[in-house]
Ligand binder design. Structure first.
Ligand SMILES: Cc1cc2nc3c(=O)[nH]c(=O)nc-3n(C[C@H](O)[C@H](O)[C@H](O)COP(=O)(O)O)c2cc1C
Length: 376
């Protein structure tokens, strides 16, 4: 018997037939080598995710240019030499029966290097980034396109542009962070130019038949920042340019630490209302909702009520990589929930360490720590 008929109903993204509505939302784990290359730890992790029963795994954000790396352990896609390693990730996911997409990103003012570039020189913690020149903007647009083509060549089924978490694409959209007076800044229409031209460059390289999704920052949740009203206008413009889905999130690295966000983030489905608003404004667009979707009951209801078409699990799947199979009843053990008052995965990442989950069993943790011995 199918207890969750909505969650386990098929859906299509472009030509791809997904057997259920469960996706892995991209989650940076920093298991890559310091040179951005794929290793056994990365492959084991994505094999496990591929075997979870989720129909689609969106692999964590990968750097399109050395100036935009969010950390030294980020997967990279800025040169052809990375394609061979990336092929192995797509392969382990496919071998477990899931589709594989990859997310591409430039961190802009959130890059981990000191000499950062951004739409405007708005200070971030103790660093003031350099304003991108028009030539740098044009060259970065091309780099998104080239990176997307490498993802396609590596055998991934689709590519996702990282417009979330306050990274470069969303920095251009933000009235707080984009103070430019040229054609890339000012009105919302002008602020939308960079992400729109990135999508055009990506389409130009991968073609119209290849699935291209967008991680949407629906609200910066920061005074003076990009708001949901603007996100709806932007989403409509993006939809008309040929995006295949919007994966909705809210907040940036600056809002994540603010008390109202910390409070909100403990609640089940804390970002679903944003996905619902986007879905309501664009009923024909495929929308993915994420944010502590802990139980299959709740996930099923989100789909049934039309708040989103698919759900994205990040920490939830990291805590229990058998969540989808348990939800389906293929495994009868209870789901191990992500602990809402724990932020161990994020805390370890912020310290540049390879994360594990506090909810893993003692054996799982010991096995993992043995594997990374001498690496953390
Ligand atoms: C450690 C960590 C890494 C993340 N990395 C990414 C990423 O690479 N790309 C992205 O779009 N979102 C990223 N996110 C956000 C998640 O995709 C997701 O939206 C958020 O964690 C809520 O889902 P969850 O409650 O199931 O974790 C990350 C979140 C965490 C906690």
């Amino acid at each position: 018997m199918n207890t969750y008929p909505n969650l386990f109903s098929p859906i299509k993204i472009k030509g791809l037939e997904l057997s259920n509505r469960i996706t892995m939302a991209p989650m940076y784990v920093g298991y890559a080598n310091p040179d951005g290359k794929v290793n056994d730890l990365v492959l084991e992790h994505y094999k496990k995710m591929g075997a979870s029963g989720a129909a689609l795994i969106v692999v964590e954000n990968m750097g399109i240019d050395p100036s935009g790396l969010g950390s030294p352990f980020m997967l990279r896609v800025d040169k052809d030499e990375y394609i061979e390693g990336l092929k192995k990730i797509a392969h382990v996911i496919h071998a477990e029966g899931a589709y594989a997409f990859a997310q591409i990103n430039h961190a802009g003012r959130y890059a981990y290097i000191k000499d950062r570039i951004a739409p405007s020189p708005v200070k971030i913690w103790d660093v003031t980034p350099k304003e991108m020149t028009i030539d740098e903007i044009h060259s970065m647009i091309e780099k998104y396109g080239e990176a997307a083509l490498r993802i396609k060549k590596a055998g991934f089924d689709g590519v996702e542009l990282h417009g979330g978490t306050g990274y470069l694409l969303s920095q251009f959209l933000s009235p707080r962070l984009n103070k430019r007076t040229d054609e890339y800044g000012g009105s919302l229409e002008a602020r939308m130019c960079f992400p729109i031209e990135v999508l055009e460059a990506v389409r130009n390289k991968v073609g119209d038949d290849y699935p291209v999704g967008y991680r949407l920052l629906a609200d910066e949740l920061f005074p003076g920042g990009f708001t949901l009203d603007e996100a709806i206008i932007f989403s409509k413009a993006y939809a008309s340019k040929g995006i295949d889905y919007l994966s909705v999130m809210a907040g940036t690295h600056e809002s994540f630490k603010m008390p109202p966000y910390v409070e909100m983030e403990r609640n089940e489905g804390y970002m679903v209302s944003f996905a619902k608003a986007i879905k309501k404004a664009l009923p024909d667009m495929l929308v993915i909702a994420a944010g502590r979707i802990q139980t299959p009951q709740y996930a099923d209801k989100v789909i049934k009520d039309g708040e989103a078409d698919l759900i994205g699990l990040a920490r939830v799947l990291f805590a229990d990589p058998l969540w989808p199979k348990k939800a389906k009843g293929e495994i009868t053990e209870p789901i191990v929930p992500c602990n809402p008052s724990c932020s161990q995965c994020m805390d370890l990442i912020m310290k540049g360490k390879r994360p594990y989950c506090s909810q893993w069993s003692r054996e799982q943790r010991q096995e993992f720590l043995k594997k990374i011995e001498g690496k953390n």
